[in-house]
Ligand binder design. Structure first.
Ligand code: ATP
Ligand code: MG
Length: 236
């Protein structure tokens, strides 16, 4: 479904992504794990079209989208739930969600159905629908970021560190929702520092270190890999 071939992304002299290749098949959950500064967010931005590539190519369902703009990639079915959540703090939860469905804003019925679907997924968002997004807790903002991305009815959901800064209980809730999205057939590319949860939910995973993929395997293989355990799974 998604094929990334030898991509490079730089910020001036900083070579954040140094020739990365990987693929995501339809229906898969693929995780990319790596430490702070490894290049995870940069990689997702590259896929979403928010950072230009210096080298390499991106194929989406056989179509070369290397030079396709981010809003067009969204229309093609690629949606990003960004790190730091990226919600609009001074707009209500509802309005943030409606922005996710901007492309079909004129189809009122479809938008209402989607909104209802997200309120069912995260009842907390329904309770807080008129609240300003900036006043939500970190976990609630993460729910909103995921729901907003889903409002565009993506075929591929890009999740940038959905568990960042969350307490274990709410983190479990987020990963449960990722699991149900997978069960519903959604394809997901997830980047995480918290490797444990990510590898549990992932069909396949890659380890990103200073802009390079150094290891790949099934989620289980990497969970049981000594080097991964030592570097990314603490003592668990
Ligand atoms: N806009 C930018 N301008 C300059 N350098 C940047 C920019 N964004 C990221 N970088 C650099 O690129 C490298 C990769 O950053 P990136 O945010 O992709 O890492 P990450 O793996 O997402 O880290 P984290 O886990 O902390 O979110 C870092 O060295 C970072 O300082
Ligand atoms: Mg990041």
């Amino acid at each position: 479904m998604l094929q990334i071939d030898s991509i490079e992304i730089s910020y001036g002299a900083i070579h954040a992504i140094q020739g990365v290749s990987f693929s995501v098949e339809q229906g898969e959950v693929v995780a990319i794990i790596g430490a702070n500064g490894a290049g995870k967010s940069t990689l997702l931005k590259g896929v979403a079209g928010l950072e230009p590539l210096q080298q390499g190519s991106i194929l989406w369902k056989g179509q070369d989208i290397t030079n396709v703009a981010s809003h067009e990639r969204l229309r093609l079915g690629i949606a990003l739930a960004p790190e730091g959540r990226g919600v609009f703090p001074d707009q209500s939860v509802r309005d943030n969600l409606l922005l996710g469905a901007y492309a079909f804003r004129n189809d009122k019925e479809r938008v209402a159905d989607l909104l209802e679907q997200e309120f069912k997924r995260f009842p907390r968002l329904r309770e807080r629908s008129e609240q300003m997004a900036g006043t939500l807790s970190g976990g609630e903002q993460q729910m909103l970021a995921i729901s907003r991305a889903l409002m565009s009815q993506p075929q591929l959901l890009l999740l940038d560190e959905p568990s960042l800064g969350l307490a274990p209980l709410i983190m479990r809730e987020i990963f449960q929702s990722i699991n149900s999205l997978r069960d519903a057939g959604l394809t997901i590319l997830l980047v995480e520092q918290m490797a444990n949860q990510a590898l549990r939910v992932a069909d396949r995973a890659y380890v990103l270190e200073t802009g390079n993929i150094i290891l790949e395997g099934t989620g289980n293989e990497l969970l049981n890999n000594q080097a991964v355990r030592a570097a990314y799974l603490g003592s668990h």
